[in-house]
Structures are given as C-alpha cells and as structure tokens.
Design a protein around this ligand. Structure first.
Ligand code: FAD
Length: 407
C-alpha cells in the first residue's frame, strides 16, 4: 500500500488527507503544533464564515488574478459543497443576511472534532509536534521532541498555510526550504489587514478601539459601506479588509495611499452644506457641527483630526469633507497580524494537478499557494477545494505510478 505524507493539519491538509484515505492509501498528517487545525479553531472565534452563497461567477471573481488557476477546484468543490460537507459532519449551517454562511453554533470546535474523528476512523494517522525542516534524498526531514525523523513516502502534500498569526502554526518558514528546492515563490505579504494612519496622540488615546459606523469608504473607484475600528495607530475591521489589497499595493508603489471616507452616507452633500451654513451663533464649531449634522464622537473627531485647520471657512467645503474625508494610510499592518497571506508558491511552479513541476509526487494546496481573497468565506472555501483537488490528484498519480511499475 502506498504511503502518503500530508504536511500541515489545517483545512487544506485535512481535506487532502480525507480524499487520499478514501482511496485506501496509508496516510500520515504531520504538523509542527501539539494539535491540529489551530488557525481554523481560531477563525471560529469570529463566527467561522465558511463560504458565501452569491452567484458563482461573482464568487469566482473574488479570487482576482488567481481566478483561472483556482476555478477547476472551486467548480468541483464550491459553496454548495462546503455547506454539504459541513452538514455531513453533523454541523448545521445558516446563511446570514449578507450571503455569508456560518455554522449555527458560530464556532469551529464541534466541526473540527467531528472531522478529526472521521479521519481517524478512516485510518489517517496524525503526527503532531513534527516540524518539517526540509527534503532529504527522496524523503522528508522533521524536527521532533525526540530528535530528527526521516520518512520516505510515495507522495507528499504540502499544506503548510501562509505566514499570518504564526503562533497558531503557519509561520511561512517553508519559503526558504522551497526556494532551495528551486520552487518559484512570491514573497508573503499581509492580506485582509489593517493599516497605520499616524493618529495624533490625543485621537489615539481617546478613540483606540472605537468602531466607526456606518461609513462608506472609497479607494480608486471601489466603494464599500460598512464599519471599521480605529486602533491606537490606524484602522482595521471588515470595511478596511475589503479594500486592503489595492491599498497595500498602492502603498508599496507610492509610499502611501489615500482612502476617502463618507462619514454621513445617508445625507446629501448639498443638504449638508445648507444645514452647515445656518448661523453658528454663540456655539463652538464642534457644537455647531453636532447640531446641524448630528456628527458626534469618533466621527466628529475624525473630521477634526483629518479635516485641517479652517474647517468652517466655507460650509460647502466642510460638507465636502464630511462626504469625502481623505485618510492617508502609511503602511499595512505586519503579516503576523493579518487575517490571511498573499504570495506563496507561484501557480507557474505547479502543473494543473497541483503537483510541483520538477518534483514528481510533491503536491501543494491551501493558503501557501499564491492567491488571495477578501473575508467572506472565500479563504476557507479555496483551502478546502484545493486540498481536495490535491488529494484527488495524488490518488490519480499513485495509480499511474503503480501501473507504470507493473509494465
Ligand atoms: C483570526 C482569523 C480569522 C479567520 N476567519 C476566517 C473566516 O471566518 N473564514 C475564512 O474563510 N477564513 C478565515 N480565516 C482564514 C483561514 O483560517 C485560513 O485561510 C485557513 O486556515 C488556511 O488553511 P490552510 O490549511 O491552508 O493553512 P493553516 O490553517 O494555516 O494550516 C497550516 C498547518 O501547517 C502547519 N505547519 C506550518 N509549518 C509547518 C512545518 N514547518 N512543519 C509542520 N507543520 C507546519 C501549521 O501548524 C498548521 O496547522 C481566518 C484567519 C484568522 C487568522
């Protein structure tokens, strides 16, 4: 019976393992952590957004430049399949108002427990505390609490994740290993992350941790409505993550990027200007803005922080600022703090079967591949889909290898 090693016990690795075990192969999932699926478990703290039920073309478009490379895997295992898979583990799901799909319990632990049990029942062996440190002639080398371990499997699936939240397991340390093996990669970069905005001390001290809502944010023609959170040094949260890829790329090219905020998305600029031009009387500027527009708290503070000195020089100017307040972003948050990772193994380094070109029998899947997507369940769906696709291809490759050996 062929022996298969999966390195990485996150959603992608477990999905691959399940397919390979179903074909009757001997399979071991190695992971450097004491237990598997830690990032998946942590994702459950935010409710575990499993997938999204928007029309499939729109769904595919979320993967941007990687859309073509991922399409076959996502066609084979898309949002419907993710829901069926989850329900098959005894975990009920529901569709939220925005089309996002969650487990009813809004956490990952029951799902992970059921999945690991099912994999164990299917004969999958788990080898925690095995840190993969490189290839050896024909095999793999692990660092373990009992010292160096070498194995020589018939096929290998790499599913080591990206580089964010490294204390949960995926630390990107595989990049130089693959570099030495001649595999083309793109540098790991943060995706779905916050940004540094260089707040004044006064603003940071008063408003760090405060949600700003509702607002519309606009960057280079992309407009999104929602909310974000002011942090001690900048901004984070769903609305920011939705625009984070183009903002990150603009900062990399130009050194900064300007996001425009509409602080009162339900008010028209012309009405606002009219309201603001009412006599200020004895009221302070802050009071006048509050009385005429309703802007208070963090939104009013943002206007003062970013609006410049002569805010009320002209009511039309002030109304314009409220509707299009420029927020200059200076740097993305570091990779360690990002929800996910862009960059990784280049698709050119893989054949359509997710096998590394020039490394027969070595497959790769999940977040370690060079794709990115917004939050909304797109990350887990592509990890599960590419994991399953890699698993299927391992089975097909082993079958071909066996028939070649017989000839
Ligand atoms: C806070 C947070 C919330 C999230 N919420 C969501 C969400 O709601 N919806 C969504 O779709 N996505 C979400 N994600 C993203 C999602 O969790 C990841 O995209 C997904 O877990 C990636 O799966 P993976 O199997 O490719 O990698 P991982 O889950 O990172 O698994 C990789 C595994 O490889 C192991 N490993 C790494 N290096 C080595 C080594 N050298 N040797 C041995 N083992 C190694 C790691 O220990 C890890 O267990 C969230 C992420 C974070 C951080």
């Amino acid at each position: 019976v062929p022996d298969v090693a999966v390195i990485g016990g996150g959603p992608a690795g477990l999905a691959a393992a399940e397919k390979i075990a179903a074909a009757g192969h001997r399979i071991t999932v190695y992971d450097r952590m004491p237990s598997l699926g830690r990032k998946f478990l942590y994702a459950g703290r935010g409710g575990l957004n499993l997938t999204h039920v928007e029309p499939f073309d729109a769904f595919l478009s979320r993967y941007g430049a990687a859309r073509e490379s991922l399409a076959p895997a996502l066609h084979a295992f898309g949002p419907e399949a993710v829901r069926a898979f989850t329900e098959g583990l005894g975990v009920e799901t529901f569709v939220g108002s925005s089309g996002r799909v969650f487990p009813v319990a809004m956490k990952a632990s029951p799902m992970l427990r059921a999945w690991l049990r099912r994999l164990g029942d299917a004969g999958v062996r788990f080898a925690p505390r095995h840190r993969w440190i490189g290839f050896d002639a024909g095999g793999l080398v692990f660092d373990t609490p009992d010292g160096r371990v070498e194995v020589a499997p018939d096929a290998i699936v790499l599913a080591l994740g990206g580089g964010s939240w490294p204390h949960l397991g995926s630390d990107g340390a595989w990049m130089p290993i693959l570099g030495r093996a001649g595999v083309a990669t793109h540098p790991l970069r943060p995706a779905n992350m916050g940004f540094e905005a260089g707040w004044s001390d006064i603003f940071a001290a008063r408003f760090a941790g405060t949600p700003v809502k509702p607002v519309v944010a606009e960057f280079e023609g992309i407009r999104r409505r929602g909310e974000f959170v002011a942090t001690a040094s900048g901004i984070e949260g769903g609305l920011v993550y939705a625009l984070s890829a183009p903002l990150r790329d603009r900062i990399a090219a130009d050194g900064s990027a300007t996001l425009f905020l509409d602080l009162l998305p339900d008010r028209e600029a012309s009405r606002l200007a009219g309201d603001l031009s009412r006599p200020q009387g004895r009221h302070s500027l802050t009071d006048h803005i509050r009385r005429t527009t309703g802007l208070t708290g963090v939104k009013a503070a943002l206007l003062r922080e970013l609006g410049g000195r002569d805010l009320l020089a002209d009511p039309a100017h002030l109304a314009g600022l409220i509707k299009r307040l420029p927020l200059r972003l200076l740097a993305p948050s570091p990779l360690e703090d990002a929800i996910s990772t862009a960059g990784g193994i280049a698709f050119e380094a893989l054949d359509p079967a997710f096998m590394l070109r020039g490394q027969p029998g070595v497959f790769a899947c999940g977040e370690m591949l060079d794709w990115e997507a917004p939050t909304g369940g797109y990350l887990l769906t592509a990890c599960l889909a590419t994991g399953r696709a890699a698993g299927d291809r391992v089975v097909a490759w082993l079958a071909r290898a066996e028939s070649r050996a017989k000839e």
